[in-house]
Design a protein. Structure first.
Length: 399
């Protein structure tokens, strides 16, 4: 592979830590370009990405509309278009609305503070593996109403699925990801055979027969809710923690900003979802080029979220930024179902962190996973102790 390829360069460790300068160069020099390896048009500006996301008539998520053969485990609420998409999304949305979200939020407030209190006893800890991932998994399974799976089983499988999202660049990641999706869908299918009494699953199981949704699509969609909810939330928490704990004054500023506004800015600043793809189904003029039917388009949402034509001073973390029309949760028919829940979870955690542990700080640089579609941390060592307390504790341990 060409080491000078502008997309492959994004996976270099030095750029992976902060890809936004590289995005800016692309956006300024070649805001729309053809990428040979992906066999796709690539868009980097906010206006172009928004236009594609909100036009499902001409840009499809369901690649069968362009004649592609899609494996059955990949057919879900994430990959179908209306009218098939409409029925399963309506079922899930109705289930979302039927839940006692206040009780869930109160539970997550408690869980966040409890985890932080336990970890505060330690000199330092891995924010990703010991806080963001377990909290996100507790959150999404509590909402679904199902038991929390074993992290040692779930996390590697989830990461395999995420790795497969970059299979256009690294084809060897495709088959393991398809197998992992099928395994997770089978696991989710077991819920429908013996549904819980409460939560989203209980509602879906009760109303599935009257929904008109294919059972296989429903199983895949429940898998997608579990996986996307976990990955979006855990990566959001990790990325946001890195921003708050490596930007001088940011954690203190969080305390003074409206919580939802601050979380929105953390999402814009370093969103988990950095890229998305569609296939054109009708010739369309966009961004100064003509995209033909059957051609793929790749949307660099991370670049769009830092577009100076849409955001003033986009490289700055401004926790009071409003309005904030970022594309971190998508737009249009495929906008994230659980965006409000993820924002609330992040608000719970960082309100507790900023209020109860204002001296929290990074112990080491955050290490990122080698993913380009979903951006997230592999490890981030932090401490909740101030420097003076950490020094005192170290002296006590040495004596």
């Amino acid at each position: 592979m060409d080491p000078t390829d502008p997309i492959l360069q994004l996976a270099r460790p030095s750029i992976l830590r902060n890809p936004y300068s590289a995005y800016a160069r692309l956006r300024e020099n070649t805001p729309v370009f053809r990428h040979e390896l992906l066999d796709s048009w690539v868009f980097t500006r906010h206006a172009d990405c928004l236009a594609v996301l909100t036009d499902s008539a001409r840009f499809a998520s369901d690649w069968r509309r362009a004649g592609e053969d899609i494996p059955a485990p990949l057919l879900s609420v994430q990959t179908l278009d209306p009218p098939e998409h409409t029925a399963v999304r309506r079922l899930l949305l109705d289930g979302f609305r039927a839940q006692d979200r206040r009780a869930l939020h109160e539970r997550m407030d408690f869980e966040a503070r409890d985890l932080l209190a336990v970890l505060a006893r330690r000199p330092s800890f891995d924010f990703v593996g010991e806080l963001a991932e377990p909290l996100a998994l507790r959150f999404i399974t509590a909402f679904l109403g199902v038991p929390v799976p074993d992290l040692a089983w779930f996390v590697p499988m989830s990461r395999t699925i995420v790795d497969g999202m970059d299979a256009g660049l690294w084809p060897q990641k495709h088959e393991p990801a398809v197998a992992a999706r099928a395994e997770l869908a089978a696991y989710a299918g077991g819920w429908l055979a013996d549904p819980p009494k409460d939560g989203l699953l209980a509602y879906v199981a009760e109303h599935a027969a009257d929904s008109g949704v294919d059972p296989a699509v429903l199983r895949n969609s429940l898998r997608a809710v579990l996986h996307a909810g976990y990955e979006s939330a855990s990566r959001l928490l990790g990325n946001a923690a890195a921003a708050l704990l490596t930007t001088p004054g940011a954690l203190a500023a969080f305390r003074g900003a409206p919580v939802a506004t601050a979380v929105d800015e953390l999402i814009r600043y370093d969103a988990p979802v950095q890229a998305d793809a569609r296939v054109c189904v009708a010739d369309t003029d966009l961004g100064g080029v003509t995209v033909r039917a059957g051609e793929a388009v790749t949307l660099f949402l991370g670049a769009a979220n830092h577009d100076p034509l849409r955001f003033a001073h986009p490289t700055e973390l401004r926790l009071d930024r409003a309005p904030n029309p970022h594309l971190g949760f998508g737009r249009g028919a495929h906008a994230c179902l659980g965006a409000s829940l993820a924002i609330r979870l992040a608000g719970s955690l960082f309100t507790a962190l900023a209020g109860d542990h204002p001296e929290a700080r990074a112990v080491a640089e955050p290490a990122h996973r080698r993913n380009l579609t979903l951006r997230g941390l592999d490890r981030f060592e932090v401490t909740l102790r101030g420097r003076a307390a950490a020094t005192t504790a170290g002296e006590e341990e040495s004596t």
